[in-house]
Write a protein that binds this ligand. Structure first.
Ligand code: HEC
Length: 146
């Protein structure tokens, strides 16, 4: 084999590897690959509580008998889009007790040992893609304030 074709093949292999291991670093509703990957991750990891349709648990504003909160919706009817991306990321990665006040009981699991950072961003990209354009725009403005 000629050297040039070897170099070409090596380049192709590197390209294929890069294409397989997506590395999402933002919640981007316009990134089709992230939204597609996130949709599957959402169904497997989040839908059991937040609902396949992102509607959350019934009566999600009312605390349960044990004092914990039900899972809120992730669509426009909830408050997910009232929060900046970093908060959503940290909440998902660290779980409900990670940024809540001391003693707060939460049923929101930590995903740091279950999903990679890239997978969390993909899941959030999917959630964001389900918001109305208005909610996306308002949340985008919030993202700019530190
Ligand atoms: C076992 C049930 C359960 C699962 C599974 C779950 N959550 Fe939650 N989640 C909750 C509960 C309950 C809350 C309400 C706040 C609290 O109690 O900490 C919550 C709150 C949140 C919040 C903060 C509130 C908001 O609307 O911004 C985010 C973000 C969130 N979840 C994302 C996710 C993502 C992403 C997944 C999947 C990777 C997921 N959750 C899976 C139960 C769950």
């Amino acid at each position: 084999m000629k050297t040039t074709s070897k170099v070409f093949l090596a380049g192709l292999a590197v390209f294929a590897l890069a294409a397989c291991s997506d590395n999402f670093q933002t919640a981007d509703a316009t990134n089709n690959a992230a939204v597609a990957a996130g949709g599957k991750l959402y169904l497997n990891n989040c839908a059991s509580c937040h609902g396949e349709d992102l509607k959350g648990e019934p009566d999600w504003r009312v605390a349960k008998a044990d004092g914990t909160l039900p899972a809120p919706p992730h669509d426009d009817s909830g408050h997910t889009w009232h929060h900046p991306d970093t908060l959503l990321f940290n909440y998902t990665k660290g779980g409900g007790t990670s940024i809540a006040p001391e003693g707060f009981k939460s049923n929101m699991p930590a995903y740091k040992d279950i999903l990679s950072d890239s997978e969390i961003w993909a899941t959030l990209s999917y959630i964001k893609s389900r918001w109305s354009i208005q909610s996306q725009a308002r949340q985008a403005r919030m993202n700019k304030t530190p």
